[in-house]
Design a protein around this ligand. Sequence first.
Ligand code: F6R
Length: 580
Amino acid sequence: MCGIVGYVGRRTAGPLLVEGLRKLEYRGYDSYGVATLHRSVSVLKKSGRIPPQADLGKGLKGKIGIGHTRWATHGEPTDRNAHPHTDCTGRIAVVHNGIIENYAKLREELEGRGHRFLSDTDTEVIAHLVEEAFQPGKLQEAVEEALRRLEGSYAILVIAQDEPGIVAARKSSPLVLGIGDGETLAASDMTPLLEYTERVIFLEDGDVATLREGGITICCNGTAVQRPVEQVTWCLDDVKKGGFPHFMLKEIHEQPQVFYETVRSVDAREMAAQMRASPWVTLIGCGTSYHAGLVAKYLLEAHAGIPVRVEMGSEFKYFAPPVRGLVVAITQSGETADTLMALQKARAHNCQTAAVTNVVGSSVTRMADHVLYTRAGPEIGVAATKSFTAQLAVFLQLASRLSDGALDGAIATAHLAMGDALRTELDGAVSLCTGAKDIFFVGRGPFYPVALEGALKMKEISYIHAEGYPAGELKHGPFALLTPETPVVAIALPGPTYGAMISNIKEMKARQAPVIGIGDAGDTELADVVDVFLPLPDGPEAVHILTATVILQRLAYHTADALSRDIDRPRNLAKSVTVE
Ligand code: F6R
């Protein structure tokens, strides 16, 4: 979703802000813009992607500025709807992430008082409200006054002519401030800040801050407050491609290390005790994080005997059945609006809450009673990969702790097997997929959610229609779609469902569907029955869950690459979905 960046200091702000916006591109956007302050406010804004030229933004003078990548919600992705937005005088400029729910009423009111609007956005009302309240030298007070009128969510940065800094504010939308040497910065996440500082402050809901060259002051409800300055452990290399053609491939390859670091660092004792004590455990998440919840359900039920319900954040918030016990939000970004609202609902029902997240200081960490962190580092590719296996690392640790270490052996060797799965030859499978319009992904037990995740990866980055199904369900309807042009990716691994999987695969073959079989390296029975066999390194089921995931991520990646898709920034998608 939209990205924000702001700078106050000794450097020329324009090019720095453009580079900052490039680092936020992975969040998804359809227009961009920058405003800087020299003697007056200058604005550069355009629809479309940021062009590659290095000197973009050089023409903008000044050492104070704000920038934005917009993912359209109110108004088309056009030049005039791109942020920053200005007031009637052009002296005040605003960038905004989030949604102003009462903007239509405010706009009508403001137009009634003579304000002229230049865009269709909800954001522009903020610029005009600040204009009405503005007195020279008192930008923060004017912003505070404007915020009192807003309903909805926002992270905003505001600059105004003759004001020596930026005013920043947040409510239900992330905003991080950076403290450098004679310079201060603001951004919607840490990635643009890492080049300049390791010292950051995560604003809390209701905070309004003023950033100046020499430091930052923060107020909440009109009272000065101190927020902790945190040391960032991510480094600049973490947000570079490191020789890989795409972030997604780099992130797929980081998984053995990420898994290893997550299982080593996570202390699952307290959450394990809560799960043991709670009569109900509910896991909530969206997209890939929901799939991690489905795998976690299997692990916790099969190994620890703990009954688990898994719900999508977007559905749970409208849930009628009773909400009780421990509710765990799974979210890489910690900012997904649907997941946060679901967690809020759990809190309203006096449930104990917990979160599994990748981002220190994210909104979910302030909302949940207890937090477990994955150690995936920044995930830049829009398609989640390493964050998924890191989430599985957390739940494997939990399930193992709850089952007297039953999974410790698997956990200790998984990173090595994941490394082997990075080398499996995929050419035959990729050429079957690149020619397809539809692909089914099937599995049973824990491999059903793995199949769902494989299908999600395939559809989001290759744009090929892909569906994940429990293998046994195909004949209850979807068989009608099987043709020689419809490949099926079937995960058939040793265990209680193996025989049923082989029968299902034979049924698919009888309908002439080409089958890509993912199985144990020595499985000649499976290799003989499928068209393309993708062997997984030998290992227990818990390891196979991870290695099959790696193979499916790579299958999606190489298929999308063969089709020349925009892999790190697939169309219509955003990395962090901060609206409902
Ligand atoms: C898919 C993907 C999305 C996210 C979903 C939740 O590759 O990335 O489905 O998993 O938007 O995001 P988080 O985990 O940040 O809550």
